[in-house]
Design a protein around this ligand. Structure first.
Ligand code: HEM
Length: 495
């Protein structure tokens, strides 16, 4: 009985929060289902317990949620919070090993994150690069052609019907092929786009099958066998498999044709380094499985988050038609119709750029971030945080803070514009996090979002299927990222 009691006992001076019930995680399951909005539930607890930091025991894991814009920045900048949880959500992706970037920490994570970012850069990732930009431009042209001239290959019929297109997947290919180009110096050709769409569907299914805490599965792993559908396990496993299958095949080809004397692309650079380390050292962080997970970790958000951001933005345009008019005015004035927008245009198109920033503020894509882990016993806001605690950051408390934004509930891109220019100092949002765990794809995400969105808006006027503006927003699906149900819209080529 004592053992049992201790399992639920909160550590001394642990942040206040809801009591732990002696039913493993079931409480959590109910909570998650009842609210369908963990970030809002945590803000409620924060108010109820009058504390910026709340603590609870979920399953057997101490969980801390930071509900304050300044404290969350503090956590992001303190190295002892750089750890990640060893949860089922991470393992089920990677042959039950700890691999990749997202869910690893310590030396392994440091080496792999640094190496991949350093060498993907040589192939255009995370900086300005003409060959990557023209690759994305080519893919954008195909995307626009699909809607302007109709489907060319069978799979396109799922996404384009007459003058209607299906979101979010309509947007997926340019983002994904841009990254493919970084990995392999080649794109998946249009006749094979269905491979990318299958992957994008899988990635979105994964995102929607869990939530920021890894859902009840993190705390009560047995749910996976007991309730595979309800717990999200099936969706996670199958969603992940799509991406893993894609890269397993591509990596095998790269390995079979590898020649250390000439690196053709990023995969070759990685394989060369792996072979070198294996020959010299007994232990190495490089492996074929790790390469598959690195590719997965970069492709995963590329195939799910980016198309979702654009879909959320399109939804706002359908709610506020004047925003669309302003975007069109800016595009016509700065670019005209004779050439595609480029990343150079970004600085001359403050309104379009501000729309992207505003959608990522108002719709915190990852409301509780990717959970961190306290790597030592430490303190936060006067409370004790034991080693091994899960530390989640409630970004909604930053993005919807009244003191910082004045009118956080309004979609108002103008808030970032001063005297006709984009004022970056006005953008206090942190959609990509900060510190050493900063989103590894931020630069690519911002550049590609601009390139794809601006070109799409240059080509089309968007409207609802019945032609009437939306009166309200769709219900949110709270998974790991925030999404809305897939939807059709009408596109009219602009003359
Ligand atoms: C609008 C789109 C995106 C948003 C809002 C976003 C946001 C985030 C956030 C909040 C984190 C967690 C930061 C933390 O742990 O404190 C993260 C991590 C990460 N993101 Fe993104 N992301 C986006 C797109 C991308 C893209 C396109 C890529 C890859 C090309 C990417 C790759 C990663 C990786 C690898 C990590 C893990 C970093 C680490 O643990 O060291 N993300 N992202």
């Amino acid at each position: 009985v004592r053992l049992y009691k201790n399992a639920y006992k909160k550590p001394a001076n642990f942040p206040p929060g809801p009591p732990s019930l002696p039913v493993y995680g079931a409480y959590w399951l109910v909570l998650a289902k009842a609210y369908n909005n963990l970030a809002a539930a945590c803000i409620k607890f924060s108010n109820e317990y009058k504390s910026k930091v709340i603590g609870m025991i979920l399953g057997t894991i101490p969980v801390v949620v930071v509900n304050d814009p300044y404290l969350l920045k503090e956590v992001l900048n303190r190295e002892e919070f750089d750890g990640r949880m060893d949860i089922i959500l991470g393992r089920l992706r990677s042959y039950w090993k700890k691999l990749g970037i997202f869910f690893t920490d310590g030396y392994f994570w440091h080496v792999q994150r640094r190496f991949t970012l350093r060498y993907m850069r040589d192939y255009g990732f995370g900086r300005r690069d003409e060959s990557l930009e023209s690759t994305v431009a080519h893919e954008v042209k195909e995307m626009i052609d699909m809607a302007t001239n109709g489907p060319k290959y069978p799979a396109e019929n799922d996404l384009v019907k007459g003058d209607q297109i299906y979101l979010p997947h309509f947007f997926a290919v340019p983002f994904m092929n841009g990254l493919m180009h970084v990995f392999t110096r080649a794109c998946v050709p249009r006749q094979d786009y269905h491979i990318l769409w299958t992957t994008a569907r899988g990635a979105l299914r994964f995102q929607r099958s869990s939530n920021d805490f890894g859902a009840a599965l993190s705390f009560t792993p047995w749910l996976k066998d007991f309730l595979p559908e309800f717990s999200g396990y099936k969706g996670l496993k199958e969603g992940n498999q799509c991406i893993l299958d894609l890269f397993t095949k591509i990596i095998k080809e790269a390995l079979d044709t590898h020649d250390s004397s000439f690196n053709r692309h990023f995969l070759d650079v990685y394989i060369s380094k792996m072979k070198e380390e294996m020959a010299e050292k007994k232990r190495t962080t490089y492996s074929v499985d790790q390469l598959a997970l690195v590719c997965t970790d970069y492709m995963f958000p590329t195939a799910s988050a980016l198309q979702s951001v654009l879909s959320l933005l399109i939804e706002r345009l359908l709610l506020h038609p004047e925003v669309q008019d302003k975007i069109h005015e800016e595009i016509d004035r700065v670019i005209g119709r004779d050439r595609l927008p480029t990343i150079d245009d970004r600085s001359n198109m403050p309104y379009t750029e501000a729309c992207l920033r505003e959608i990522m503020r108002i719709e915190t894509l990852v409301p509780l971030g990717v959970p961190h882990r306290a790597m030592v016993d430490t303190k936060l806001d006067g409370y004790n945080i034991p080693e091994g605690s899960m530390v989640s950051l409630n970004y909604v408390t930053l993005h919807m803070n009244k003191e910082i934004w004045g009118d956080p509930e309004n979609f108002r891109p103008e808030r970032f514009i001063v005297n006709g220019r984009l004022q970056l100092s006005q953008d206090k949002s942190l959609p990509f996090g900060a510190g050493r765990r900063l989103c590894a794809g931020e630069t690519y995400a911002r550049q590609a979002l601009f390139q794809v969105f601006a070109a799409f808006m240059q080509a089309f006027q968007v409207s609802t299927i019945d032609g009437k503006p939306y009166k309200q927003l769709a219900p949110r699906i709270q998974g790991i990222i925030t999404t809305i149900p897939n939807f059709w819209i009408r596109v009219t080529p602009r003359k």
